[in-house]
Write a protein that binds this ligand. Structure first.
Ligand SMILES: C[S@@+](CC[C@H](N)C(=O)[O-])C[C@H]1O[C@@H](n2cnc3c(N)ncnc32)[C@H](O)[C@@H]1O
Length: 414
């Protein structure tokens, strides 16, 4: 598909994304991925960012405003002296984003209409965090845009990305191709729906459980997914190479367990061989193993930046924070395991994580405020710090793996 920037502008003026009709009710509690400040702190800043210091954010390709609103709200709750810049090609999207921010009383963000590529002249940063969610899929030259963004990063900062997953979107591009063959234009949502509802069960789109049920989707979603003038998806190896071309590396994928096949394998030889692969090679393997990653959520940092979020497992002042499970809720351990839901974009998976008799005490004590030392001291049975660390690490590895727990040196309210 050849790239025409004017067509992309025209498309997003007509179909501002995501669809956020007036009166949309969730803005006051909106938190997305990758723009969840708890993940940003964990995966980019190894859980140690001091949010009493200024924090500069760029939302690149901010659409109708989910990230600028979610981040603005989270940073305001932290009392952080934050600066936010938003840019998007689409003036209509900006108008919606600005209106939503105003309605929430989130004042102070700077809104720009234009191309990310022109940011060095408009809003050069530097930025501690750049949100780049769902945009790399629609820019013509990914290398160029990533190089521009990398050049705007402050030392130690990072970029949160959502890029479409090639394998997980199997079938979507077949539908796009068919619609192009019959000359469908940017507004031909009716035609797209007619085709989607006629697809036989044998069609790859219909075999893809993530996408097959399109009837409830709003027109904007149908247009964005099937009539987009510029849309491409990536595999992990391509993302690694794109990051590297911009002098960056992928620090983490979220949720990490989607990118690690080892816990799902029983054969010891297979486990050993995969565990011996470099981390990014395991991720490449995992994408093929799972087959259904339709969105890659990940964090990129400069090649020289070292990130070690798990180092806080050794720190008595580290605070474990649950992402969506309410504080104090302890799942029951049955047969050495407990159930949890893992989400990865549109994908929802029920999982069983390992636990011991001690795990419920640990899980009940986690409230997003208590440190590991305080949780340790609240444990019954006089567990040594070392024994507690082992117990906590088991809980952490599972919950962090499914994207349910992060570590931080400061509390981060929701
Ligand atoms: C699928 S939407 C994602 C919006 C938002 N980031 C989100 O995830 O909700 C893609 C957005 O990227 C914007 N965009 C695409 N290419 C761009 C570029 N080169 N510079 C600025 N914005 C761009 C589009 O206008 C559109 O609003």
């Amino acid at each position: 598909m050849s790239f025409d920037q004017a067509e992309v502008v025209r498309f997003y003026e007509k179909h501002p994304y995501p669809y956020r009709p007036a009166g949309h009710g969730d803005d006051a509690s909106l938190i997305g991925i990758p723009s969840d400040i708890r993940f940003i702190n964990h995966f980019i800043f190894s859980g140690t960012r001091d949010f009493t210091k200024p924090f500069r954010v760029l939302v690149a390709g901010g659409g109708t405003g989910d990230a600028v609103i979610g981040l603005g709200r989270q940073l305001a709750l932290l009392g952080c002296p934050a600066e936010l810049d938003y840019i998007d090609l689409s003036a209509k999207s900006r108008e919606i984003a600005e209106g939503r921010a105003r309605d929430l009383g989130l004042l102070g963000a700077r809104f720009h209409t234009g191309r990310i590529q022109d940011l060095p002249n408009v809003a050069p940063g530097p930025y501690d965090y750049i949100d780049f969610c769902g945009v790399i899929n629609h820019v013509g030259d990914q290398e160029e845009v990533l190089r521009v963004l990398a050049g705007l990063l402050a030392p130690g900062g990072g970029i949160g990305v959502m890029a479409y997953g090639q394998l997980g979107r199997t079938g979507v591009y077949h539908v796009q191709d068919m619609l192009r063959q019959v000359g469908a234009g940017q507004d031909d949502v009716g035609l797209a729906r007619a085709l989607l509802s006629a697809l036989p069960e044998t069609n790859w789109h219909q075999r893809n459980a993530i996408f097959k049920d399109t009837a409830p989707e709003p027109d904007v979603e149908i247009a964005d997914r099937y009539l987009n003038p510029s849309d491409r998806a990536f595999d992990v190896a391509e993302l690694r190479d794109l990051a590297s071309g911009a002098g960056m590396k992928i620090a983490a994928f979220a949720p990490p367990l989607m990118y690690d096949p080892v816990p799902f394998l029983e054969d010891q030889e297979l486990r050993k061989r995969i565990a011996a692969l470099p981390w990014i090679e395991r991720c490449i393997f995992a994408e093929k193993f799972n087959g259904d990653i339709a969105m890659h959520n990940f964090y990129m940092v400069a090649e020289a930046t070292v990130t070690r979020p798990d180092a806080l497992l050794e720190a008595k002042n580290a605070i474990p924070i649950m992402i969506s499970v309410p504080a104090g809720q302890a799942p029951q351990i049955i047969n050495g395991g407990f159930g949890i839901t893992m989400r990865c974009g549109p994908l929802v998976r029920q999982m069983t994580l390992p636990g011991t008799d001690q795990s419920p005490h640990i899980l009940r004590a986690i409230d997003g405020l208590k440190t590991l030392q305080q949780i340790h001291r609240s444990m019954p049975g006089g567990l040594s710090w070392r024994a507690f660390q082992r117990e906590f690490a088991l809980v952490y590895r599972g919950l962090n793996g499914v994207g349910e727990m992060v570590l931080s040196t400061t509390p981060i309210p929701r």
